[in-house]
Design a protein around this ligand. Sequence first.
Ligand code: SF4
Ligand code: URA
Length: 209
Amino acid sequence: MSDRLQELEALATQVRGCQKCPLGRLRVRAVPGEGPPDAEILFIGEGPGYHEDQQGRPFVGSSGQLLESLLTSIGLTRQQVFIANVIKCRPPNNRDPLPDEIDACRTYLDRQIEIIDPLLIVTLGRFSMARFFPPTARITRIHGQPLPLEGRIVLPLYHPAAVLRNPEWHQDLQKDFATIPALVASIRQQRSASQASDEPDDLEQLTLF
Ligand code: SF4
Ligand code: URA
C-alpha cells in the first residue's frame, strides 16, 4: 500500500472513532471522504446528509447525482477525484454545522489536503469556501473565480444542493465546472516547469564537487 493511502486510511479510522464534538454521538456513520490518494482534484462539500450518514460515503444522495453528472460533463468519473467534507459527521436534521463543530473537525480536512496535495481544490458551498476565502466573500459574487494558493488553485463553486433548490444557478455551476480541466492542466504544467528548473540546479551543484 502506498504511504499516502496508508496515511489516509489511518486518518479515516481516527475519524470513524472521533468524539471531539457532539456530532460524534449523533451520527450513524462518520464520512471521512473517499478517492484516490494522489487525486489531482479535491472536492470539499459541507457535511454528510441523511444518505451519507447511513452509508458512510460522501455525496451519495441527490447532490451526489448532480455532482456525478457534472463530472461526466467534463470527462471525469467520481473514482478519479477525491471527495471530502468540512465536517465528517451529520448535523441533526441537516442543520448548518456550528463554529465549534467546524473547529473540532478542522485538522482532519487539513491533513487530507496535506496528504493528497491536490492541484485543484474545488469548494462546494459557503462552508468550504470559508476555509480559504475571507468572511466578507460572497459565493454569488466569487463563484467560478480561481484563487492561486500555495502552489495550487482553489475554485469556489455553488453547492449542488443549493443549485437543486435554486435551478436558476444551474447554468452558472455548469459553466464554472467547464473551467476545471484547463485549470488543472495549467497547474500541472506549472508544477512540472518548476520541477524541471530545479534539476539543472542540482546538476550544477553536483559538478562543483
Ligand atoms: Fe469528530 Fe468531526 Fe465527527 Fe465532530 S464532526 S465527532 S470533530 S469527526
Ligand atoms: N452534501 C455535502 O455537502 N456533502 C455530502 O457528502 C453530501 C451532501
